[in-house]
Each structure stands twice: as structure tokens, then as C-alpha cells.
Unconditional design. Structure first.
Length: 626
């Protein structure tokens, strides 16, 4: 723990229990509740440490260059030998002490009451000073027959996150009689006052020690009602994240446990702080669901947050170093440049700006995930009818939602939802994925394994019925919402191959080009017919946004046009973060997806459809030059 060692009972001097930084703060302290002594051979200068000696460290001597691996397999370095580089004091994982946005953090919700996970007035060693809290945080733990509380074994504290402190544990399934049930713990934040009206609830996620993609928050609204919201905690930044806006009547509280359906003790779940933001009105509630065309896959090459421009928790490998691990990888790849952040609802401003400013006017629930199929929109348990830890296949049981819960079950839908916007169906049967991997890469695979040989029949016989099932789940959860389902832009144009130049698309066989256009036309027409049936025969408020019409405004902009004209990416070989395709021999998942200009076109199509009058049909929104 330091260069100098202090025996128990000795005066406080620089060392593992009292190390002073450049700012005169102290890094750590040790407390003894009974007499203690060093283990034999563990004291400095007594020879090689025994296997029973702890060898943990926080600060390191200055003669290690930082490039070597201090943990050589089979050889544990002597911590007294000067084999480690020294870290700067008090600078690792700095806490968030401000409600204003700073480097690496966003601002807290405007005017919010913030309840921390420690009592008000708690003094910290790290720079935030005394804590402030507008309420209380309490624990409820499983109690063993002998009167002890086993969950305490796996509840830990770290001097980071909001105001220099958060708790974390590890997720487990909570099955009766199992380890998870024995170690179950619930932490609850309760506001110190009653409130009646609309309120946004947000949680602070610390920049480490929070990894689960299935954090399940119960929002109690003061009068016996409660809502459930799942979020992905792995933001890897000190950020505030909204759980939604709710009508509160009484004293609100928020509960989070260490239980999750994917829990096996490997992933961290964190309890930090909760913000209760009073709102002056009921916000317009928009939910964005669906696949990669709704998540923003393909945008954000100039990264502003997260690897490759995607939000960090949606574009990360399975371990903390960011390497690919299919068990814990997240590749939902939601992007700041997705069309979900380019919406104009009625007379409101740009959706992304309203969200970032914690506006009372709009609440965005965005759970679209790259790779999602129709079954992933269902309101069913996360692991029902899927083979977790298995990559999604063409139409197999794999898990394209990664570790996130099914979208209709995530908590973003309710009777108060005003709009549900989505794209879905393109991943069913692996049709369009096969076009990229088999036909757009120079090889004989497209000829040997025609990916679209039965695609039209599959679209009509499987994809559309599954889409209807998904829409029924959505409508059941959000019966008062307008649903806008958008079509896909044409991957290839009908203006003639001679206009494609020498690009990679020229390797696609003409028979496959014709089939792709036939499948897309079939899907569009069947989707329009389904929406018309749901509207006319069942009375739903549903519209179709014909996105492909907007991709031809002013000329062709598909994936095979010259680069300067593309609103869709061609093949992208520069992989973007560890949530991308793990095989470097295959193109990035950003391939054949809208770029920033393409999400502008999508936003235009969807903005028109969501703002149509009650009696206006969807085709009113088809542009004249589309």
C-alpha cells in the first residue's frame, strides 16, 4: 500500500495508513479494533513473503516503467522491491462533486432533490467534503437463521461516484434456496418530503463498479403505486441517467436489489444517488424501440462519447479491459447521432437537446438494440426462448439483445406513453446480415449459398406475423400511444449498376440485387397492409414512416452510390469499439447502415408520421421528389 510501512500502534507517519498527497489530503487510513501484528515473514526486510501475505497495492514506487506486467505467471513480485510505478495521489476514479456538467460527467437534473447513499453531513477523505442528502438510504437484507446477515459479505464501498461514495455488490438470480437468495440485499432511497405532481426520477451511475445490464429499479410513487424500470448500468462515467417521468402523490422512493436474471456473481451492481426532479407539467413521453436502424448503428465516427461514438454501455466487450467476451459483451450500439435524438414532436424543440437539458417537455425512453429481432420486442422474461451466451443466428435461439431485457418489458412503455417509434424485422431470418457477409465481400459464397432463396416466403410467413405479435405486446403496454413503424431504405438502387462505379457493391450478383429489392418491396407492402388492418379494423393509432422515400430525395443515396452521395454506409472495415463484430475478417456492424445524413432522413420521415392529424393517412408523408 505504499513505500513506507507502519507497525500497528505506531504514530501516524507517511505509509500505508497515512499517505499525504500534493493537496494535503490523505489517501487512506487503517483502523484496528484489537491488537494486531504482522504475519511471520510478512514484515519488511524479513525475506520472501509467504503465500499467506496480502500483496495488494494502491501506490507504486517510481522505477517501474508501466510497460511490464507486474503479475508474471508463477512469479509474484515482492512489493518491497520497487517493481511498480507510482500512481498520482487521489486521482484515480475522481468522484463527481458538482451538479453542473464537468469533464466526463453530465449535469444533474435541474432543480432536483438528490438523495445520496450516505447520511447528510458524512465527511469524506476525498475532495467532495461533507455529503448533502435530501432524504435517506436504507438497507434491507436477507437474515440467516443464526441472526446474521450473509449479504454483508458481498456489499462493498468505494470512494467514488456521487460525492465520493457508493456501494456495490454482485448480481445473482435470487433463486429460492440458492446463494443469490442468501445474499439478496435491497437498497432504498426515500425523499424527505411529500410531493404531488409530475416528477422525473434519475440515478447517478459511477464510472466503475457498475456493470450489470439488468439493473431493476422499483419506483414507488407515494400512494401504493409503483413502476419498474430496467437500465444498463455500464456507462463507465459519472453520469445521471433518467428512469422516467411519473405522476407522484406522496413520498416517493426508489429500490434497487442485487438480483438479476443473468446474475452469476460476476457482474457488479451499484447503489449511488437518486435525483427526484419536480416537473411543471406532464412531459410528452416517447419510446424508441427496435433494431440497429433505430439504435443509430453506423453513425458517430467522430467519437464524442464511447468507443466509435456510441454510448459506452452499449458498445463494450465482456470484461473491464474492453476485450471481446460474448458472455458479457454489449453491442446494442445506441448513438448520440441516432434519429431518436433528432425528433420534433409538435411544437417542441429537438429531442436530443430537450433530453440533455432535463426539460419538463419531453421524456425519451430509448431501448433499441442493434441486432434485435421481432421476438426481442416481446413483453416476456429476458431469457425466455433464447440461448443466452450464444450469438444470434439467422433464426436461432441466440441472444441479440446481449444482456439487456426484452424491450417491451424494460419499463419504457405505459398507459401514459404518447408515441412508440421503431424499426423491426430486418434481422429475422438473418436475411440482410447474409447479404453483407455472403454477397458484398468478394467471394463465391453468394453464388454457392444464395441468402435470399426463400426470403420472400419467410417475410410473409414468419416476419410479418411476428411483427404483429410484437406490435400487440407494445399496444398492450402502451394502449394510448401512437405507434410509428418505419420501413428500411433500399440497400441498392434501381437506377442501374452502371452508376455504381468501381465500388465494392459491384461484386454483388444481379440476381441477388433483384432479390434484395423484391424482399424489401415485399416487406414494405406487407408492413403497410398490417398497419392499415390494425388501424381500420382494430382502431389503433398507427402509422408507417416510409423512410426509403426520403433516401431518394435529390437523387440516390443508398450504400452503392459514390461515397459523397451516400446516406448509408457501404462496407466498413474500421471496427468501432469492442461491441463491434469480433471477427476482424468480417466487416463492421456499421456496414450498410445509415450514416449521420441517413439518420437525418429517417428523422424527417418519422417526424412527419408522428405529427400527422388523426384522420391523415401515412402516405401523406411521402415526399414529392422521393
Amino acid at each position: 500500500m505504499g513505500d513506507e510501512y507502519t507497525e500497528p500502534g505506531e504514530p501516524e507517519v507517511p505509509g500505508p495508513c497515512h499517505s499525504q498527497s500534493q493537496t494535503s489530503g490523505y489517501d487512506f487510513r487503517c483502523w484496528f479494533h484489537e491488537p494486531a501484528s504482522w504475519k511471520e515473514y510478512c514484515s519488511p526486510g524479513t525475506g520472501t513473503p509467504s503465500p499467506t501475505c496480502g500483496e495488494g497495492f494502491i501506490r507504486f514506487p517510481s522505477d517501474w516503467d508501466g510497460d511490464e506486467d507486474p503479475y508474471t505467471p508463477g512469479v509474484q513480485p515482492n512489493p518491497h522491491s520497487g517493481a511498480y510505478d507510482e500512481e498520482e495521489n487521489q486521482r484515480s476514479y475522481p468522484p463527481n462533486c458538482s451538479t453542473s456538467a464537468t469533464a466526463g460527467t453530465n449535469s444533474a437534473p435541474t432543480g432536483a432533490w438528490i438523495v445520496d447513499d450516505v447520511p447528510a453531513g458524512t465527511t469524506f477523505i476525498r475532495p467532495c467534503g461533507r455529503s448533502a442528502s435530501d432524504g435517506t438510504f436504507t438497507w434491507s437484507m436477507n437474515r440467516a437463521d443464526d441472526g446474521t446477515f450473509p449479504p454483508k459479505r458481498d456489499i462493498h464501498q468505494i470512494g467514488g461516484g456521487w460525492q465520493s461514495h457508493f456501494f456495490f455488490s454482485h448480481t445473482r438470480t435470487g433463486e429460492p434456496g440458492g446463494t443469490g437468495a442468501q445474499l439478496r440485499a435491497e437498497g432504498t432511497w426515500t425523499l424527505d418530503r411529500s410531493y404531488s405532481g409530475w416528477m422525473r426520477i434519475a440515478v447517478h451511475l459511477p464510472d466503475h463498479g457498475a456493470h450489470t445490464q439488468q439493473a431493476r429499479y422499483q419506483i414507488h410513487l407515494g400512494d401504493g403505486r409503483y413502476e419498474t424500470r430496467y437500465i444498463n448500468q455500464r456507462r463507465m462515467a459519472n453520469n445521471w441517467v433518467s428512469l422516467g417521468a411519473y405522476r407522484v402523490d406522496g413520498v416517493p422512493s426508489v429500490m434497487l436489489s442485487n438480483e438479476s436474471r443473468d446474475g452469476d456473481g460476476a457482474q457488479d451492481v451499484a447503489w449511488d444517488a437518486v435525483a427526484f426532479q419536480p416537473l411543471d407539467r406532464e412531459p410528452v413521453k416517447v419510446a424508441v424501440l427496435g433494431d440497429s436502424y433505430s439504435s443509430g448503428e453506423g453513425t458517430g465516427f467522430a467519437a464524442t462519447s464511447g468507443a466509435g461514438g456510441y454510448y459506452a454501455e452499449t458498445n463494450v466487450g465482456g470484461d473491464l479491459e474492453g476485450t471481446a467476451d460474448e458472455r458479457w459483451q454489449s453491442g446494442c450500439r445506441r448513438s448520440p447521432d441516432a434519429w431518436a435524438r433528432k425528433l420534433y414532436v409538435g411544437n417542441l424543440g429537438l429531442s436530443g437537446a430537450l433530453v440533455d437539458s432535463w426539460s419538463s417537455e419531453l421524456e425519451l425512453g430509448w431501448v433499441a438494440c442493434s441486432g434485435a429481432r421481432t421476438v426481442d420486442l416481446a413483453n416476456v422474461p429476458w431469457d425466455q426462448d433464447v440461448d443466452w451466451f450464444t450469438p444470434a443466428e439467422a433464426d436461432g435461439p441466440g441472444d441479440p439483445q446481449y444482456g439487456e431485457v426484452r424491450q417491451a418489458a424494460s419499463g419504457v412503455l405505459s398507459e401514459e406513453t404518447d408515441y412508440v417509434l421503431l424499426t423491426i424485422g430486418g434481422n429475422d431470418g438473418g436475411i440482410f446480415t447474409n447479404i453483407v457477409t455472403l454477397c458484398m465481400i468478394p467471394s463465391d459464397l453468394c453464388h454457392l449459398h444464395p441468402p435470399l432463396s426463400g426470403a420472400v416466403n419467410f417475410t410473409l410467413g414468419t416476419t410479418i406475423p411476428r411483427t404483429e405479435d410484437a406490435l400487440e405486446d407494445i399496444h398492450e403496454q402502451a394502449p394510448n400511444a401512437r405507434i410509428v413503424i418505419a420501413t428500411y431504405p433500399q440497400l441498392f438502387g434501381n437506377e442501374g449498376r452502371e452508376t455504381w462505379g468501381d465500388g465494392i457493391c459491384t461484386v454483388v450478383e444481379q440476381t441477388e440485387v433483384d432479390r434484395v429489392m423484391d424482399v424489401q418491396s415485399t416487406h414494405r407492402n406487407a408492413l403497410a397492409n398490417l398497419a392499415a388492418e390494425l388501424r381500420n379494423e382494430r382502431g389503433w393509432d398507427i402509422r408507417v414512416a416510409y423512410a426509403e422515400e426520403y433516401f431518394t430525395v435529390g437523387g440516390a443515396h443508398h450504400a452503392c452510390t459514390p461515397v459523397e452521395d451516400q446516406w448509408m454506409n457501404g462496407l466498413v472495415w474500421n471496427h468501432q469499439g469492442s461491441g463491434d463484430e469480433p471477427n476482424p475478417a468480417l466487416p463492421s456492424r456499421a456496414s450498410v447502415h445509415p450514416n449521420d445524413l441517413g439518420t437525418d432522413a429517417y428523422a424527417n420521415a418519422i417526424n412527419c408520421a408522428l405529427n400527422l392529424g388523426p384522420s391523415e393517412p401515412s402516405d401523406v408523408c411521402i415526399p414529392a421528389d422521393g
